[in-house]
Design a protein around this ligand. Structure first.
Ligand code: ASP
Length: 442
C-alpha cells in the first residue's frame, strides 16, 4: 500500500444517500478518484421536500416506544427505506438481523442516542457493500468520555491506527461510543463532525463534504437574487458568517480540520463538476480580488444604550454594567462603546419580560445620565479578509445604506478587521443586505 498517495475523506450528506439513485451518484463520485479512500455517510435524508429523514423516523420510534405506544408502522417505513435501496442496487447484503437487534433494543428501553445513530450505521453497511469498501463501525473509533464529551485525543490515536490498516473504509457519521460501550451521537447534522474527525485522523489532504448545494453563496438567496458563490473562504471568515446564521456545515466540524490545517471542500453531489467552496486555514495562496467574502445576518436583537458624561474616566464602569448581565445569567453578543456611551447588544428572547429589571439594576450599579432599550434590531455582518487591506470599505457600506435613508443603529468592527457588523431596524434588514451586496457585487 502506498501511503504517500493523495488521501481524501469524503462525507456524503443525507440527500446524497437518500435512495438508490443518489447512492449511484455518490458511488460514481467516490470511484472517480482513487484518493477518495475514506467515506463518511449520513443516514438517508429527504428524497423530496415533504419527505422525512430516517433519523427523524428513528427518533419518532424512540418517542413512541418510550410512551408505551406502538411504533411498528414507523419502524416498517424505516425498513422500507433501506430495503428499497438494497433492491434498487441489487445488493446481496441483508439487514434483517440488524433490524431485529434494533427493534429488540427499542423494546427493552435503549437510549435515544442509540436509536438515532442507527440511520448512519445501516446506511454505512449498505454503502460499504455497494462500493466494496471495508465497514468500520464508528463505535470502535470515535469516543466520548463518561460525561458524554467528545474525547479528541483517544479518538485520534485509535482511529488513525485503525485506518492505517485499511486502504478504503466507510465509517458511518454522527456517533461514537462511551467508555461503557453505550452509543452517543453528536448534535443534529453531526456527520459533518465525524467527517472532520476522520480527516484529521488520516491526515487527509482534503476533506470533501458532498451535499445538495454547490457551496456557500455570498448571501441568502431568499434576500438577494442569484448571489455569487463563494469560491474560497477562511475558517475565521466562515466562523463569522455561521455565527450570523449562515449554515451549510455543522459548526463543530471546523475544529478538527482547522487544527490539522486541512481544507474543506463543499461540493454538490447533483452537480459534481461544480468546484464548490474551499474552506482554508489561510487564503494567501488563493488569488482573490474580492473585498467581501459574504454577508449574513440575524434578527431578534435588543440594544441597551447607556450614557454617562466622563464614563471613560470612571474605573470599573464596564465591569459593573456587565456584572448585571452576569448576575442575571445572560450572555451578551456585542459591546460597541464610545467615550461616554456603552451599548450592550443581547438576544431579545433572553431579556423578554426582564427589561425593567435590567434597567433598574444597571441604574443602581452605575447611575447613568441616560439609559434605554431598543428592540427589533437586525444585525448584519459584512465579512471579508479583503477588507483588511482596502481603505474605504466602511465608507462604501454606509454610503450605500444611507442613500436609501436607512438608519444604522449600531456599528461594531471586530478587532480583526475581518468584519463590520451593523445594526438596523428589522424592517430594513433585507433591503440593507441587498444594498451592501449591490454596492460590492452588483
Ligand atoms: N442523520 C443525522 C441528522 O439528521 C446526522 C447528519 O445527517 O449529519 O441530524
Amino acid at each position: 500500500m502506498d501511503y504517500n498517495q493523495e488521501k481524501k475523506v469524503v462525507k456524503f450528506g443525507g440527500s446524497s444517500l437518500s435512495c438508490d439513485a443518489q447512492f449511484i451518484k455518490s458511488a460514481a463520485i467516490i470511484k472517480s478518484e482513487p484518493s477518495r479512500r475514506y467515506v463518511v455517510p449520513s443516514a438517508p435524508g429527504k428524497r423530496f421536500s415533504e419527505d422525512t429523514k430516517v433519523t427523524d423516523m428513528l427518533i419518532r420510534c424512540y418517542e413512541l416506544a418510550s410512551r408505551g405506544e406502538d411504533y411498528s408502522a414507523v419502524f416498517e417505513d424505516i425498513k422500507g427505506r433501506y430495503n428499497s435501496i438494497i433492491e434498487g442496487l441489487s445488493l446481496k447484503v441483508n439487514l434483517e438481523d440488524e433490524y431485529a437487534v434494533i427493534d429488540e433494543k427499542i423494546k427493552s428501553g435503549t437510549t435515544l442516542d442509540y436509536v438515532a445513530s442507527r440511520g448512519e450505521y445501516l446506511n454505512g453497511i449498505l454503502l460499504a457493500d455497494f462500493i466494496g469498501y471495508e465497514f468500520v463501525d464508528a463505535a470502535d473509533v470515535i469516543f466520548f468520555d463518561s460525561n458524554g464529551v467528545f474525547d479528541a485525543d483517544k479518538t485520534n490515536n485509535i482511529m488513525s491506527a485503525r485506518l492505517q490498516k485499511t486502504e478504503n473504509a466507510v465509517i458511518p457519521g454522527f456517533y461514537g461510543s462511551m467508555p461503557d460501550g453505550g452509543i452517543k451521537t453528536f448534535s443534529r447534522g453531526g456527520s459533518d463532525v465525524s467527517g472532520a474527525i476522520v480527516a484529521r485522523a488520516v491526515m487527509a489532504d482534503i476533506y470533501e463534504n458532498w451535499t445538495d448545494v454547490s457551496g456557500f453563496l455570498m448571501c441568502d438567496p431568499r434576500i438577494v437574487e442569484n448571489p455569487k458563490p463563494i469560491k474560497v473562504i477562511t475558517y475565521r471568515e466562515l466562523r463569522e458568517l455561521s455565527y450570523m446564521g449562515a449554515t451549510v456545515l455543522h459548526e463543530d466540524s471546523i475544529f478538527p480540520v482547522k487544527l490539522a490545517g486541512i481544507p474543506i471542500n463543499i461540493r454538490n453531489t447533483n452537480n459534481p463538476s461544480d468546484v464548490g467552496t474551499m474552506i482554508v486555514p489561510s487564503a494567501e495562496e488563493y488569488q482573490n480580488r474580492d473585498i467581501l467574502t459574504g454577508i449574513a445576518g440575524k434578527k431578534g436583537f435588543a440594544v441597551i444604550r447607556i450614557e454617562k458624561d466622563m464614563m471613560n474616566q470612571e474605573k470599573g464602569f464596564g465591569m459593573r454594567v456587565l456584572s448585571v448581565f452576569n448576575d442575571m445569567g445572560m450572555s451578551f453578543e456585542h459591546l460597541p462603546s464610545g467615550i461616554d456611551t456603552m451599548s450592550v447588544v443581547i438576544a431579545e428572547k433572553d431579556i423578554k419580560g426582564l427589561e425593567s429589571e435590567i434597567l433598574t439594576r444597571i441604574s443602581r450599579e452605575v447611575n447613568p445620565d441616560n439609559i434605554d432599550i431598543e428592540t427589533n434590531l437586525g444585525l448584519i455582518a459584512v465579512v471579508g479578509r479583503g477588507m483588511i487591506n482596502t481603505p474605504g470599505t466602511a465608507y462604501r457600506i454606509f454610503k450605500a445604506v444611507a442613500a436609501e435613508n436607512i438608519n444604522v443603529r449600531m456599528i461594531d468592527q471586530g478587532s480583526s478587521e475581518l468584519n463590520i457588523i451593523i445594526g438596523v431596524d428589522e424592517k430594513e434588514f433585507n433591503r440593507t443586505i441587498e444594498l451592501i451586496y449591490n454596492e460590492f457585487c452588483g
